[in-house]
Ligand binder design. Structure first.
Ligand SMILES: NC(=O)c1ccc[n+]([C@@H]2O[C@H](COP(=O)([O-])OP(=O)(O)OC[C@H]3O[C@@H](n4cnc5c(N)ncnc54)[C@H](O)[C@@H]3O)[C@@H](O)[C@H]2O)c1
Length: 317
């Protein structure tokens, strides 16, 4: 039986990945997560509650910045693969907390790569981000574009990819860096637009809208992202790849708000704010490489995804 380490497995994407790994594979899943207070840790406790019942699941509360602690975890369990999702997430706060972002997202990633080398783990999947394309004026974003990160968060993800490339090259660790494009769905992080807007709109509060509403995002439903991660775990054709996981459909912010108004049956009260300096004008994934190498084909449209999100949002009472 294979043992897969999922860092950040108590978070939004990580907990969905664990759901799928436990339901559809025979793998043993070990999660390392420090239940950071970037958003309420109780939300993450709820994310893992059902997993704790499963005998193939183990939760270890640990911080990826603490190398010796990680080392003792690796010496106790022989992992076959690492899916590294633990991170300081969120673009905007990274401008005020650049050093924290570097320590978790760069040094923490390097700790895991070092341990992959030391314990001869041959498979590494890294949760990277569309934000690394940053100031690139060309769209859709193709993997060969030069990263031009415009926030410390984006820079930390680009640096993580660079270290992953180096370790893949030096130590034959087969690595896939997956560049996720704005992920949403049930259990979405409360700081992200869809969840934040739904919460404020239903409370009758104004929603902060940065820019004039024409910024566009390629929203990707979480179950499509999970399918891409599972395919990356199985991929073994080349030593290193960076691959976009998006939906390849751009949705203007104005349209997103209208869709939420319809799905929630509430009119949004908009608080217009200037564009944030770390935000991108648009994200748009070219997903040809993901389709060719991973057989990745996103199946959830924004309309279906928003209604699934709202169903979950309402079910929490
Ligand atoms: N959600 C998105 O739209 C999106 C887009 C692009 C990339 N990503 C990346 O995907 C990954 C998962 O994102 P998410 O949206 O599920 O975020 P999340 O914040 O819900 O999950 C991240 C998890 O990492 C844990 N963590 C943070 N710092 C840690 C540390 N020092 N040690 C151990 N655990 C730590 C947190 O407690 C959390 O459970 C992240 O790497 C993120 O950068 C997410």
């Amino acid at each position: 039986m294979k043992t897969i380490l999922v860092t950040g497995g108590a978070g939004f994407i990580g907990s969905h990945l664990v759901d799928r790994l436990l339901a559809t594979t025979e793998a043993r899943v070990v999660v390392v997560d420090n239940f950071s207070d970037f958003y309420a840790p109780e939300i993450k406790r709820a994310n893992v509650r059902a997993h704790l019942e499963n005998p193939r699941y183990q939760l270890i509360e640990a911080d990826i910045r603490e190398f010796e602690r990680l080392r003792s975890i690796f010496s106790e369990t022989p992992f076959d693969a690492i899916v590294h999702l633990a991170a300081c997430t969120g673009v905007r706060p990274s401008l005020e907390q650049a050093i924290d972002y570097e320590q978790t997202n760069v040094t923490g990633t390097l700790h895991l790569l070092e341990l992959a080398r030391e314990f001869s783990i041959r498979k590494f999947v890294f949760g990277s981000s569309s934000s690394i394309y940053g100031a690139n004026p060309n769209a859709p974003f193709k993997e060969e574009f030069l990263p031009l990160p415009i926030s410390p968060y984006a820079a930390s993800k680009a640096a993580g990819e660079m270290f992953a490339y180096t370790y893949s090259h030096l130590y034959q660790i087969q690595t896939v860096c997956l560049r996720f494009f704005t992920v949403y769905g049930p259990r979405q992080r409360p700081d992200l637009a869809i969840h934040k807007f739904a919460r404020l709109m239903t409370a009758g509060k104004p929603i902060p809208l940065y820019g004039d509403g024409t910024t566009e995002r390629d929203y990707t439903f979480v179950s499509d992202i999970v399918s891409g991660i599972i395919a990356a775990l199985q991929y073994n054709q080349t030593p290193f790849e960076a691959i976009n996981l998006g939906c390849s459909e751009m949705v203007p912010l104005k349209r997103l708000v209208e869709m939420l108004e319809t799905a929630l049956g509430v009119k949004a009260n908009i608080d217009r704010l200037p564009m944030h300096p770390g935000d991108l004008e648009r994200t748009h994934a070219d997903i040809n490489k993901a389709e060719q190498l991973l057989g990745y084909v996103p199946t959830t449209t924004i309309e279906t995804g928003i209604s699934k999100f709202v169903e979950w949002f309402r079910s929490r009472g």
